[in-house]
Design a protein around this ligand. Structure first.
Ligand SMILES: [Zn+2]
Length: 69
């Protein structure tokens, strides 16, 4: 298990997250990118953080709308 080691932090794949799949991404130190084995999403840390934040925002808005009833 020497290859595909994880980065400092475990990030979840934003693309999988949107399909309600909880998938940890692997870190490629050479390219400084995170990648997902499941959907082959590739992105750097900032991109992953941005997409994850975007997802959280959407999700929160959705639950907020529901609780308004
Ligand atoms: Zn993925």
């Amino acid at each position: 298990m020497a290859q595909g080691r994880k980065g400092k932090l475990n990030y979840r794949c934003p693309r999988c997250l949107m399909r309600e799949i909880d998938m940890d991404m692997l870190y490629d130190a050479e390219k400084d990118e995170y990648y997902c084995l499941r959907c082959s999403f590739v992105g750097n840390e900032q991109e992953v953080l941005r997409l994850n934040a975007q997802f959280r925002e959407k999700y929160r808005n959705r639950t907020m709308r529901i609780t308004e009833f």
